[in-house]
Design a protein around this ligand. Structure first.
Ligand SMILES: *Cc1c(COP(=O)(O)O)cnc(C)c1O
Length: 424
């Protein structure tokens, strides 16, 4: 994408939109409106993706089956609920670079992290540390710390938090790899965000997985900010497990059911401890209601409960649009669109802000994190008042994400116009 020569004019943004092969997808989503009824500039897909206009009919179809069939909807519905989650397996597998049996849609993100750790965080006295980013999402920190405590370890020394070098904002990959090499024999689990929620930094997951495995560690990723954003190849990268939510870049709606990946080498490992529930039990005998648990091979064996059909219906609406657009094309546009945001911000001479996110497009997704040295919170509030929606992360970060599905070059242009007018 280095070949794109951006220009600063509004005309350039309009021309880029006119030439964008994915431009029509914008029409498939509802945009929040300002008080005067005009559409907002929505740059917050890293937090909650927009509603596909088709979500309602997908959900209503299930409401209708419930209305007409009651419990029989499990077997005789248009899409029988008994196997409904499986309608999402192939699409999800394509999106994260997995085999269908390696993925399952279930629960929500933090729950899935815990369930995965029950099986894959198996500390010994020698090897018990967990490595995370120092700036990991709080829920991940709580989950890791509580797992350590649960197993009788003190997070103060068993939780290894990766920190940038002093004066730097992002982690250096060489430092991560060096830490794995020096401390690897005491590390049980490496668990990083595929893209860090705060800095927007994306990691070389293949290299980290390899380095971790060379030292005998389990390697996992929280893909909350990576699923639907980056091109992922979880199977090929040999990641042990991953979990993500579906309400950010996947547009599944607030609180939507999450996703989970378990590498196929663990699919039939009967020695793994796990917390079991009936939905993970072998389907052919599930309704015999016997007392002994027999796991479905693969990721589905980690299911506990029958999942929310209405939530999965909304997610299917979005996943069907992902299939039409194709994650490859979306990623290509994303690199160009975020590059354009970076280009325009770089043209602003103000010293009041700086971009924290890596400059290399391979090491980030749609989001740019902008550190504002003073008055940032009020800038964010004023942007939202003017119908330009991004968000604020304490102490000083404005997160801005042009999402290739529904954002345009003109959205980016208007954001930078509004933002620049608020700087002093
Ligand atoms: C959004 C996000 C979460 C949220 O967790 P839920 O269990 O879905 O509420 C957790 N971790 C990361 C890294 C996130 O970005």
């Amino acid at each position: 994408m280095a070949s794109i020569l951006y220009e600063t004019t509004e005309h350039f943004a309009a021309e880029m939109d006119a030439r964008d092969p994915l431009a029509e997808f914008r029409q498939r989503f509802y945009f929040p409106k300002t008080a005067d009824g005009s559409a907002c500039v929505y740059l917050c897909g890293h937090s909650l993706g927009l509603q596909p206009k088709t979500a309602r009919e997908y959900v209503e179809s299930e409401l209708k089956d419930w209305e007409l069939l009651g419990v029989e909807g499990h077997f005789r519905g248009t899409h029988p609920w008994l196997r409904y989650h499986r309608l999402l397996s192939e699409q999800t597998a394509r999106l994260v670079g997995a085999k269908p049996a390696e993925v399952v849609v279930m629960n929500s993100l933090t729950v899935n992290l815990h369930l995965m750790m029950v099986s894959f965080y198996r500390p010994t006295t020698q090897r018990h540390k967990i490595v995370i980013e120092g700036s990991a999402f709080p829920s991940d920190q709580y989950a890791m710390k509580s797992q350590l405590l649960y197993h009788g370890f003190d997070p103060a020394n068993a939780l290894v938090e990766l920190q940038p070098r002093s004066g730097e904002a992002i982690l250096r990959e060489e430092d991560i790899l060096a830490l794995i090499e020096t401390e690897g024999s005491s590390i049980a689990l490496i668990m990083l965000g595929g893209v860090n929620y705060s800095s927007g930094q994306g990691f070389d997951m293949a290299a980290i997985a390899k380095a971790g495995h060379d030292m005998g560690c389990m390697v996992a990723f929280d893909l909350a900010h990576a699923a639907g954003n980056l091109l992922l190849k979880l199977h090929e990268w040999d990641v042990d497990f991953a979990a993500w939510c579906s309400y950010k870049y996947l547009n599944g709606g607030p609180g939507c059911v999450g996703g989970c990946f378990v590498h196929e080498r663990h699919a039939n490992d009967g020695t793994l401890p796990r917390f079991a529930g009936w939905w993970g039990h072998d389907e052919t005998t599930r309704f015999k209601m016997g007392p002994d648990f027999h796991a479905i091979p693969g990721a589905e064996g980690w299911q506990l409960s029958n999942p929310s059909i209405l939530s999965m219906a909304a997610l299917r609406a979005s996943m069907d649009i992902f299939d039409e657009a194709g994650i490859d094309r979306l990623r290509t546009k994303s690199i160009s669109l975020t590059g354009y945001l970076e280009f325009l911000l770089d043209r602003n001479p103000s010293k009041q802000f700086e971009i924290l996110t890596p400059r290399d497009s391979q090491r980030r997704g749609a989001q740019l994190s902008v550190r504002i040295k003073s008055g940032g919170r009020s800038i964010c509030d004023r942007l939202i008042e003017e119908g330009v929606i991004c968000d604020w992360r304490e102490p000083d970060i404005l997160r801005v994400s042009p999402v290739p599905f529904y954002n345009s070059y003109q959205d980016v242009y208007h954001f930078v116009q509004c933002f620049s007018a608020m700087l002093h």
